[in-house]
Each structure stands twice: as C-alpha cells, then as structure tokens.
Design a protein around this ligand. Structure first.
Ligand SMILES: NC(=O)c1ccc[n+]([C@@H]2O[C@H](COP(=O)([O-])OP(=O)(O)OC[C@H]3O[C@@H](n4cnc5c(N)ncnc54)[C@H](OP(=O)(O)O)[C@@H]3O)[C@@H](O)[C@H]2O)c1
Length: 329
C-alpha cells in the first residue's frame, strides 16, 4: 500500500505522521499520479496548526506536487499515462506517494525543470506572477517593498521585481538572509527584527515611500507596510506567517489614498486560460535566467514533520521539497 501524511487533528509539527493509505482507480476526469516531488508551503503550516480549517480531518495536507501519470480515468484527454506533470490543488492531498488528481489541474512542465525544482517553484512562482503582474502591475522605476525577502515567495519577488526594473527593498530576519535578498536583486535589505521598517523605507526613497508593499508576514509587519506607502500606494497582504492581521479601520487608508488587497492564488488559477498564461510567464522568466528555482532543503516524505519544524524555525532561506521514497509508492 502507498503511504501518505495523514493529519488527524491540528497541532505542532509532530502531528504529521506517515500512514499506509488506499488509492482508488481514477474516476471520470481524474488521473492517478506517482509523485516525484512535493512542494512545502507556509499554507500547509496554517492548515496543520488549525489557523486554516480548509482540510476536512482526517485528511492528507499539501497543495503542490510533481508526478508521473500512472492511470487516467474516463473522459481524460489533456494528459496520458507516462506524462510528467505538476499541479497546485485546492483539494489538498499532495503529501502522499500516490494520489488522485482532477486532470484539469495537471500542468505540463518544461523538461529543463527538474522534479524538485518544479515542486519548489510552481506555487511560489505563480504567486509571484499574480502579485507582480496582476494584483499590482509593477513597472520600471517603481519602488517595491517585499517582506520575508529571502523566503520562498520573497526571493522570487526580488528577482522578478528587479527584472521588471523596480527598485526592490527587502525585509529579512537575519544578516545571512539579507545577503540572500541582495543576491536575488533587492537594492536594500532591512533587518525588520531590529530596524523601523517605515523609517528605513522613507530614508531609502527620499521620503516618498513605496508604490507597493507585498506583505506575507501579517501581524508584525502590517502597520509598517501601511506607513511605508507613497501617496496612492498599494498594500498587498497575501499571508500571515507571524499571525493574522487584527481588525483594520478602512479610514487608515485615506491619508495616502492608499489601497489594500488580500489576494488568494487559487482564485487566479481557477480559470484554465489564465492559469496557462501565468504558467507561460513563469516558465519564460525561468528560461531567461532572470528568476531561478532553488531548492534550499529536501526531506523524505516520511519526515514531513521535520520539514515543517524547519520552515517555522525561520532558520532556512528558501523552499523545502519533500521526496517520496520507494516505501511510499
Ligand atoms: N495569498 C496567496 O495566495 C499565497 C500564495 C503563496 C504563499 N503565500 C504566503 O506567502 C508567504 C511565504 O510563503 P513561503 O511558503 O514562501 O514561506 P517562506 O517565506 O519561505 O517562510 C516564511 C518566512 O516568513 C518570515 N517570518 C516572519 N515572522 C515569522 C514567524 N513568526 N514565524 C515564521 N516565519 C516568519 C520568515 O522569514 P524571516 O526569517 O526573514 O523573517 C520565514 O522564513 C506565507 O505567508 C504564505 O502564506 C500566499
């Protein structure tokens, strides 16, 4: 029997334990995937901790993976047995050796991307595409603030934002992470555990502020992001790695005619044509070398708990990928 990580109740990382599971034959419109690599995302931490109650329990967490199609159900025409595909799925189930997936969610991958690289960059890279090209259209000459700039999504925002001609100001939790953000194209790195972010942003922008602040840290950074905006600036809150943002008075936007958005990648990927366009844009910047897929650490699927503990520790810069072992398949 294949194995998967089954979440039975929310809790700390050690609730993530591997179990034998049965995987049925694919039904209409479904495929069965033998997984090659699985992306670990901060979303998975929110699900495991209980902050998000979007996975019915007991359930198999995980929203991103790469695998080979083992079997196809009736009515599947977009992929065939033997194809290698990637996916991002709001139906969860990625923390598994073998899984069923709606065929419509399968994305063809360029052969230049290894399995682990693809699992490290699909969700995070499509999120960067959504943020830089759709939620706010970053133009050359704009000033952009990126929190957690050495993280999975953050590093891609630095690379892609700089490639678009923006001046990227990154915030990071350590000197080592500052070096990562600067190497990725940030012009400046603020140590946000020690420095006043808004004061630093004003100093670095000659008092003007940034056109857009990409904030995935939430509770500890939200006020600083708002205070960092230029007139007409746009605050994009897209995560809460430090905790949820407390209730917010809309009138706080008026001193700068600022705007606030709270996008979710699944909404942007729901339309197949838009998803294909976003993936093509991501694969093009990867192909050009302007953006790079870098795997910071791999863990065996059986040690997903170790992967979550490391992600939450803030000690790592960059993406973690889980690799199924023969016993999981
Ligand atoms: N809205 C969407 O559709 C969407 C899609 C994808 C990702 N996201 C969000 O994007 C963010 C980044 O995701 P990721 O998977 O790439 O993770 P990540 O950035 O690699 O890891 C999170 C980083 O947040 C920082 N952080 C600040 N306070 C923290 C705290 N109290 N606990 C833990 N980390 C803290 C840490 O960097 P420092 O050490 O530098 O502080 C940490 O490395 C997450 O908030 C995620 O939910 C949202």
């Amino acid at each position: 029997m294949p194995r998967a990580i089954v979440l039975r109740a929310p809790g700390a990382a050690d609730v993530l334990r591997i179990e034998a599971v049965t995987v049925a034959d694919p039904g209409a419109g479904e495929i069965r995937l033998r997984q090659l690599a699985i992306g670990v995302n901060f979303h998975d931490v929110y699900v495991r901790s209980g902050l998000y109650q979007t996975l019915p329990l007991p359930g198999i967490p995980g929203i991103e993976g790469v695998g080979v199609v083992e079997a196809v159900g009736p009515d599947v025409t977009n992929v065939a047995v033997g194809d290698r595909v990637g996916y991002i799925s709001p139906q969860y189930g990625a923390y598994a050796g073998v899984r069923l997936l709606p065929a419509a969610q399968a994305l063809p991958l360029p052969s230049s991307l290894s399995d682990a690289a693809a699992a490290s960059v699909l969700l995070k890279g499509l999120t960067a595409e959504m943020l830089l090209r759709r939620v706010h259209r970053v133009e050359a000459g704009q000033a952009v603030l990126v929190h957690a700039a050495a993280g999975g999504v953050g590093r891609l925002l630095c690379q892609w934002g700089a490639a678009l001609g923006a001046t990227v100001i990154g915030t990071v939790g350590s000197e080592a992470k500052a070096a990562v953000a600067l190497a990725a194209g940030a012009s400046h790195a603020i140590l946000y555990r020690d420095q006043d972010v808004a004061a630093e942003v004003r100093r670095l922008t000659g008092g003007r502020g940034v056109d857009v602040a990409y904030d995935s840290v939430g509770a500890t950074t939200f006020d600083g992001s708002l205070d960092s905006l230029a007139t007409f600036g746009h605050l994009v809150n897209f995560g809460q790695s430090s905790g949820p943002v407390p209730p917010f008075a809309v009138a706080r936007l008026s001193p700068k005619s600022a705007s606030l958005t709270r996008p979710l990648i699944f909404h942007y990927l729901a339309d197949a044509a838009r998803r294909a366009e976003m993936a093509a844009a991501l694969f093009a910047v990867l192909e050009s070398g302007a953006v790079t897929a870098e795997v910071a650490r791999t863990f065996p699927l059986s040690d997903t708990a170790g992967a979550h503990a490391l992600l939450e520790s803030r000690d790592l810069a960059g993406p973690i990928v889980l690799l199924p072992e023969p016993a999981d398949l």
